[in-house]
Design a protein around this ligand. Structure first.
Ligand code: UT7
Length: 335
């Protein structure tokens, strides 16, 4: 048995900065409301035609490959987590294989929304632990901005989400006291519709129905979120799954050197920080600058934390996510 270890990290965000004031020009919202409820000051939106979920993922991946000190031909497998694929099918994993000119290795697409990167790391970790693969590329990337409702009707969702991508190379580690110590995954489909994009194409109503009906008041092609319900579940599940990971490794809250929560809402991160009694320098947040980038949020945050020297050899790093599904999970890493 081996462990897997993160050997390279990279992220990419589009240059186009959209501030809260920018949004208040197209819908009834304001900087004060957004900052107070979510902590977000600005987010990035792609310029249509310039970037897609796949192209941003590729840009992040190139940096991660470079920093891992490997060649693209050393990659044995690709895992791509997103809720906003370029094509409904095929998924973006194969597009990355083509774009990077990687040989014909396997490529899998993970559909676990805000928990996508945690699920993706877990998938990669299993392949490495069993000895099947040596280097796995894991990407989380999202383009939200092209599918949101930029009218007042959509403000409860639209102000929160941003575009971006992050990537990691997971490599074989022979010392099993290092690297990914364990991953913990959960789901509760009972609440599937509480944060969802149900139509089109899911068997209830099809794109062709929507086009035929041509009803301007139809909002079924925009994401729906029961914000308060999601919030309440998030704080409970985040706490549970972090504790589950610590206990599985005979560790305690005091052992955490850095917690990187999925960037859903600054208030959620602060709630967890208070509950666990963690100092400010032990919880990394960047939602202020990027909003919620779903599957990209943890790899972007982890890369920034690493670039800022906040992740050092021997540190205990905890990743935790919660989102649509509901799905949630944690990853316990000895760096
Ligand atoms: O990453 C996946 C997981 N997602 C999450 O974890 C998100 C969890 N939920 C949240 O972050 C919060 O519930 C939100 C930020 C989405 C909303 O904050 P809230 O404090 O729960 O507000 P609310 O939905 O209860 O809305 C309060 C008021 C409403 O007006 P009334 O009914 O009180 O008159 C909304 O219409 O705020 C209004 N509102 C807005 N006002 C200005 C909703 N969105 C906006 C907006 N600007 N953008």
């Amino acid at each position: 048995m081996f462990n897997s270890k993160i050997t390279g990290l990279g992220y990419f965000v589009p240059e186009n900065v959209v501030t809260n004031d920018d949004l208040s020009k197209v819908m009834d919202t304001n900087d004060e409301w957004i900052q107070e409820r979510t902590g977000i000051k600005e987010r990035r939106h792609v310029i249509k035609g310039e970037d897609t979920t796949m192209t941003m993922g590729v840009k992040a991946a190139k940096i991660a490959i470079d920093r891992a000190g490997i060649d693209k031909d050393d990659i044995d497998f690709i895992v791509f987590a997103t809720l906003s694929p370029d094509y409904y099918f095929p998924g973006p994993g194969v597009l990355v294989q083509r774009e990077l000119g990687i040989k014909t290795v396997g490529a899998i697409d993970v559909r676990n929304q805000c928990s996508g990167f945690v699920y993706g790391l877990s998938v990669a970790d299993q392949y490495i632990k069993t000895g099947m693969y040596k280097n796995v590329l894991v990407i989380g990337s999202e383009v939200h901005s092209t599918g949101l409702d930029f009218t007042t009707r959509g403000r409860g969702v639209t102000v929160i989400f941003g575009d971006g991508a992050g990537a990691a190379i997971l490599s074989r580690e022979e010392d099993t006291t290092k690297g990914v110590l364990s991953t913990h995954l959960h789901s509760e489909g009972q609440h599937a519709e509480e944060l969802s994009l149900i139509s089109p194409g899911m068997g209830t109503r099809w794109v062709t129905d929507i086009i035929k009906e041509n009803d301007p008041s139809d909002v079924s092609y925009y994401p729906y979120m029961n914000g308060q319900f999601v919030f309440k579940n998030a704080v409970v599940r985040f706490s549970e799954v972090i504790m589950e990971g610590l206990i599985a490794n005979n560790l305690a809250i005091e052992d955490i050197d850095l917690l990187i929560p999925h960037q859903a809402n600054l208030r959620i991160s602060q709630f967890i920080q208070r509950k666990f009694g963690l100092d400010n320098d032990k919880v990394f947040n960047n939602i202020m600058r990027y909003g919620n980038t779903t599957a990209a949020s943890i790899p972007i945050a982890l890369t920034e934390a690493w670039e800022q020297g906040k992740v050092k050899e021997g540190d205990l790093v905890v990743l935790a996510a919660f989102g649509s599904g509901f799905t949630w999970g944690s990853v316990i890493i000895r760096w």
